[in-house]
Design a binder for this molecule. Structure first.
Ligand code: NG1
Ligand code: ZN
Length: 528
């Protein structure tokens, strides 16, 4: 380690006085102007992590669904997964170190994590379309090079595309080719093969309206659309040519306001979807003939996908196990439908995809989605091999089903939830099953629900247990919630501190909106 060079370069990326940031569920997030030093330091950390894992590490510069003025950064571990928890702590220490302590903290991390400093390091970088992202990714590069690491800058990418690149590089092409062309080819080949049958039966004019949140999703979908254009026409809205990133549009806006994004022309019964700012989340929606808006969130996406996969497994008579993983925010109706009607086991984890991803790895086929539309499906190595074998050995209808499963494996981005990949999966399933968006929506009816955020002095005073469904502290809080909840049917409520914002989130659902615990009066009394 050239400690002098580190000190010299670090002085060009000064930490603002008194600023303390935490590596949260989605890495660091803050106003862009406060992040230069964090970027430089995450470049340094990525080099250490790369040396330690003897693998390529990813650094993504994005603040996802947050306002355009914000930015953020997260590291991607070797198989495309989120950074290991012990390294999240190293990231927090390094980001908050005072200038004079930088060298010591770097040495501490290297010692604690047994980093072989002599090894080579390789880091790949991606960024979203925020005006601040290009300069901030240059600071990441500065950090990488000062520690002697090599890098490849992919430039503009969606977050899940960078996860895919990292996974491809560390599996030496086993997962796919680590280029944007490789990503487009892999997904569109699977999509075209999967939907061939559906489209020859006269359903070739499928079209979908996509709200791209004025973000990176628009650029990437535009690049990709000609690869699958025979199967699906996408009409892009909020493509970044006029509006501001995530402003009154995008998956987060649609999900939390339960209304269409600005700028989207919706005719009745038209299928529409929204991506978030870095295209790792997707939600669907439509307006019925009475003009009423219907949201189809991550829970219903998980239901559609898992029922399709289960049907295919029944067809090939293979007893691979499927599990669905949700968080406390999953609508109670979805959990009931999955367990009671579809007879699929459902598990609840803490919020944040790393928890869901981890749990989903326990199954042959693990379907995980957060209600906000972030999710994917994981296939175990054994399941992949079995399905490949069935696709070769079986005949007729069974072979067709096994081939479909094989294509589904390739169509999912197993490294991370991916709006583009999930969109193609959903479009393929709807086409193959001949389902309209209304029929999909009618699988079950969501319980009325509300989610609020409340500003408090110290959100960490609230601690939780049971996958965040029950509060442990402060004393009396859970009892108060229980007293309220028991007055209503099919009711559930919980509070938890957010991992990405300085707020406490409050969620409640019950059988009817009219008798809903969180009335508008109550809402006004809360500080937003
Ligand atoms: P927090 O802020 O911890 O609630 C939010 C989302 C998560 C996840 C992360 C990362 C909700 C209720 N929470 O986490 O699902 O997506 O951001 O972006 O939607
Ligand atoms: Zn996102």
């Amino acid at each position: 380690m050239d400690l002098d060079a580190i000190t010299k370069h670090s002085a060009l990326h000064i930490k603002p006085n008194g600023l303390i940031l935490q590596y949260g569920t989605a890495g660091f997030r803050a106003k862009a102007e406060h992040l230069d030093h964090v970027m430089f330091r995450m470049g340094l950390l990525a080099v250490l992590r790369s040396k330690q894992t003897k693998s390529t590490i990813g650094v993504m510069v994005t603040a996802s669904h947050n306002p355009e003025e914000d930015n953020g950064v997260k590291l991607i571990d070797p198989l495309g997964e989120m950074l290991a928890p012990s390294w999240e702590e190293h990231a927090t220490c390094l980001a908050n170190a005072e200038e004079q302590d930088m060298q010591r903290v770097l040495m501490d991390i290297s010692e604690k994590a047994a980093v072989d400093l002599q090894r080579k390091a390789f880091v790949v970088i991606g960024r979203d379309t925020r005006p601040s992202s290009e300069k901030l990714s240059q600071s990441v590069i500065d950090g990488i090079t000062v520690l002697g690491g090599q890098f490849h800058d992919y430039g503009l990418l969606t977050t899940p595309q960078l996860h895919y690149m990292v996974c491809c590089r560390n599996t030496h092409g086993g997962y796919g080719t680590a280029t944007i062309e490789g990503y487009y080819q892999k997904l569109s080949k699977a999509f075209v093969e999967l939907t061939k049958q559906a489209f020859c039966s006269g359903d070739e004019n499928r079209s979908l309206k996509v709200d791209c949140a004025n973000g990176i999703g628009a650029l990437k979908l535009r690049e990709m659309e000609h690869y699958f254009s025979q199967g699906l026409t996408v009409q892009l809205f909020n493509d970044g040519t006029k509006g501001k990133l995530n402003h009154l549009c995008g998956a987060d806006f649609v999900k939390s306001h339960q209304k269409p994004p600005q700028g989207m022309e919706m005719k009745s019964n038209e299928r529409c979807c929204s991506f978030d700012g870095d295209a790792d989340r997707i939600v669907y929606y439509y307006r019925d003939t009475d003009g009423q808006f219907h949201l189809i969130d991550g829970d219903k996406i998980a239901t559609l996908i898992s029922s399709f996969l289960k049907e295919l497994l029944l067809e090939v008579e293979e007893s691979l196990n499927i599990g669905v993983v949700q968080t406390a925010y999953a609508n109670g109706s979805s959990t009931r439908y999955l367990e009671e009607v579809m007879k699929v086991p459902v598990y609840c984890t803490k919020t944040g995809v790393k928890h869901l991803h981890h749990k989903a790895q326990e199954f042959d086929i693990g379907v995980y989605f957060e209600a906000n539309g972030h999710g994917t499906v994981l296939f175990s190595k054994a399941a992949e091999m079995k399905i490949k074998q069935l696709a070769e050995e079986l005949e007729d209808k069974k072979r067709k089903a096994a081939k479909m499963l094989e294509n589904m494996i390739n169509l999912f981005n197993q490294a991370a939830g991916d709006a583009i990949s999930d969109m193609l999966v959903i479009e393929a399933i709807l086409a193959l099953k001949g389902l309209t968006v209304q029929q999909w929506d009618a699988l079950y009816t969501d319980l009325p629900n509300r989610q609020l955020k409340v500003k408090v002095v110290d959100r960490q005073l609230i601690s939780t247990t049971d996958a965040e469904r029950r509060a442990v502290t402060p004393p009396g809080l859970q009892e108060a919630i229980d007293d309220l909840v028991k007055k209503y049917k099919l009711s559930r409520a919980f509070v938890r501190p957010s991992g990405t914002e300085d707020v406490v989130r409050v969620y409640a659902e019950a059988d009817s909106q009219a008798r809903f615990p969180m009335t508008s009066k109550c809402e006004r009394n809360l500080q937003w």
